[in-house]
Design a binder for this molecule. Structure first.
Ligand SMILES: *Cc1c(COP(=O)(O)O)cnc(C)c1O
Length: 389
């Protein structure tokens, strides 16, 4: 029997902060409580039928049964370039400025391996999707957390980053529309970011899976729309949230060709590309009928309005999100994130995500996701009214 010892790289990972909530949820389920789970960051609706039909055809085609190309089929990369042109008025060379990914998480996790040496700093927002800092650590880098605060509209405050930190930084991650705060960035913010990157020689990685999930005509912009963006970085994108395709694993990165080349070099050494039938389905997603995306926005918007109206009636502090399927709710006085999340789980059967699970600066908030039918969200609000706090 060998003595199995994990590498410090995984042994030293921060503890899984949602474990306590998972355990409490399991206890409620065991008691037979009718749980309403508002913690899930995964669309509850099916992939649109035109995409599924294209996939079925692609599976039958023998040329798709072999290894795909590393950087992605040119047809898929052309669709991405066409979509960026149509949606953002951004020109991309599909040969050099688009890279297919096995879901955007794959690229986000790997990018630090391409550019970060041991001891380099990687600038990461807090609260945030955990993969930014974990990918940085796997590469031997040191995450430096940039707090997202309400008084700054949950935008990164670049002026607060000390010069000596900026000097040692190799990469900077940002994510707008934002998970978990639902904040949206404007042109001024991206312009500042580009200037900061140029001044300190830092590669910008903008994670943008929620640009199509917006409400009330607040149409989010791409980082690449701003002058100079392509000189300093890349944008990660995904079909997961827009087309209800989280299980399919298809995303892409676009922008600076040298940065994409580095990420591609890592990928050629660890994976062998993305199943071509899925890429063909991706072409259909990006170029086919977009009415399902409009319908998705209408559904989430109704859910959002039901949730936000309910929360405000109960007296909780919340801003109605302009984008994403998340609602970032301030916890009432006297509670921590974990305590409030536990309170509404144990007393009302509602599962939420404590904000501090996304980083220290998320303390004082819980995240609710709009991934439940409207009548269940309404039911959750009725229960909360009765429960109080
Ligand atoms: C869902 C999500 C992703 C990952 O999407 P995949 O393409 O499915 O890997 C990346 N970033 C954020 C912030 C997300 O919420």
């Amino acid at each position: 029997m060998v003595r199995v010892e994990k590498a410090s790289r995984i042994k030293d990972l921060p503890p899984y902060l949602f474990a306590a909530i998972d355990k409490m949820k399991a206890e409620q389920v065991a008691k037979g409580v009718d749980i309403i789970d508002l913690s899930i960051g995964d669309p509850d609706m099916p992939t649109p039928p035109n995409i599924i039909a294209r996939m079925k055809k692609g599976i039958e085609d023998q040329k798709n049964h072999q290894y795909p190309s590393y950087e992605g089929m040119i047809e898929f990369r052309e669709s991405v370039a066409n979509w960026y042109q149509k949606r953002f008025n951004v020109d991309l060379d599909p040969g050099e400025e688009v890279l297919s990914l096995i879901g955007s998480k794959e690229g986000i996790a790997h990018i630090s391996l391409a550019f970060v040496n041991s001891g380099d700093i990687v600038l990461v927002p807090d609260p945030a999707y955990p993969v930014y800092s974990i990918g940085a650590k796997f590469a031997g880098g040191e995450p430096y957390f940039m707090p997202l605060l309400k008084e700054n509209r949950f935008l990164v405050d670049l002026k607060k980053i000390p010069d000596d930190v900026a000097k040692r930084a190799k990469l900077l991650f940002v994510n707008y529309p934002n998970n978990p705060t639902a904040a949206v960035a404007d042109r001024e913010f991206f312009a500042e970011l580009i200037e900061f990157a140029g001044k300190h020689n830092i590669i910008i990685c903008h994670d943008a899976p929620y640009t199509e999930m917006y409400y009330d005509d607040n149409i989010p912009i791409s980082f690449l729309e701003i002058e100079g963006a392509k000189e300093v970085g890349i944008e990660f994108h995904s079909l997961s949230k827009t087309y209800n395709m989280t299980g399919w694993r298809i995303g892409f990165a676009v922008g600076n060709s040298t940065v994409l080349d580095g990420l591609g070099q890592i990928k050629t050494n660890v994976d062998s590309g993305l199943f071509q039938a899925i890429q063909e389905a991706g072409v259909e997603a990006l170029e086919g009928d977009q009415s399902s995306v409009e319908e998705m926005r209408r559904i989430y918007q109704r859910r959002r309005d039901t949730l936000v109206t309910g929360l405000l009636e109960i007296g909780l502090k919340v801003e109605s999100p302009k984008a994403t399927f998340y609602v970032w709710v301030e916890v009432p006085k006297g509670y921590t994130s974990a305590a409030f999340s536990a309170h509404i789980l144990n007393k009302a059967g509602i599962v939420t995500t404590p904000g501090n699970g996304f980083g220290e600066a998320g303390e004082g908030y819980i995240r609710m996701a709009l991934t439940m039918p409207e009548h269940r969200i309404a039911e959750a609000m009725e229960r909360l009214k009765k429960t109080g706090f």
